[in-house]
Design a protein around this ligand. Sequence first.
Ligand SMILES: [Zn+2]
Length: 322
Amino acid sequence: MTTTQTNLDNNNAGSTPLLDGVICPNCFASISIGDIQSTQACQNCEWRYEEIEGIPLLLSSDDKSDSFFQDYFQNYEQISLDDLGHSIQPTQYLQIMSERFTSYVLNFVGQDISQLNVCELGVGQGHFFNKMAKLNPRLLVGVDISIPYLKQFKPAPNTQLVIANAENVPFKNQFDLLVASDILEHVINVGDFLYSTNRSLRKNGAFVVKVPFNEDINQYSRLAGCPYRFVHLRSFTEQSLRKVLESAGFKVEKILYDGFLDYRLKPFMAKRAKLKKLFRQWLQFRYQDDVIQVATINRHIGKLLMEPIEIVACCRKMDDVL
Ligand SMILES: [Zn+2]
């Protein structure tokens, strides 16, 4: 990884005083942003502060030197470049799904987020992140390991972008709301991700996590044509998602299902040819094409007839687990 050392002043300095919960990715000691700017290093260990293209690089020394993680980061750099060149999922689908997801988040934490410190882990194309920025939270932090994704955002007031590993989120007691949409199925170590997520939230802070529901992950086999080494590494049901969240110090307060397509019909529908045909005719008449159908069908009707594509868990941090 090629890095250049610059000064945080170049990167949206107006927002940095709000970022008071940064910790060293190596030793987890608190880091003063002021100290980083002058010393470029942790005061407690050997870790050196760097930036890439003006964006703080908060990766541990192990992550920076470990060849496995280098492969993992390169894999996601390639995915982000491919995705920005030609969106892997239809843009219209992503936009409408992120609108729905935003409404789930705001229904959970309240419509006014002006007093909240908010973080999105894995900003990707930024559909959700840009919506949050318009709502003007007290602080908005965007984390990703893919620099091409982060580079597309213009610095905005009270917004900070950070290159960091979601399995070692470099914050402590910093956020009132943390969101991870389609991230948990990608990380190598689920416990590392959830424990460091827990650490970065304040007590009673909200964690909203979305993952594919009961997905057939064989589709990510390279033997079946998948071009990437790492994509989705696991799939979740409500039970398995609740289990890992609860054992990482979260209370699951709400579960939502979303995203429906007629190729994922419930067994009672799939088995009855006539019913299936009628349903598909109605979908075609009512929703014209698949993207709109998936994005706009009522969640309750969708769940009655089809297997959902996504599951969303709205949680609160109960206890510190680290
Ligand atoms: Zn340190």
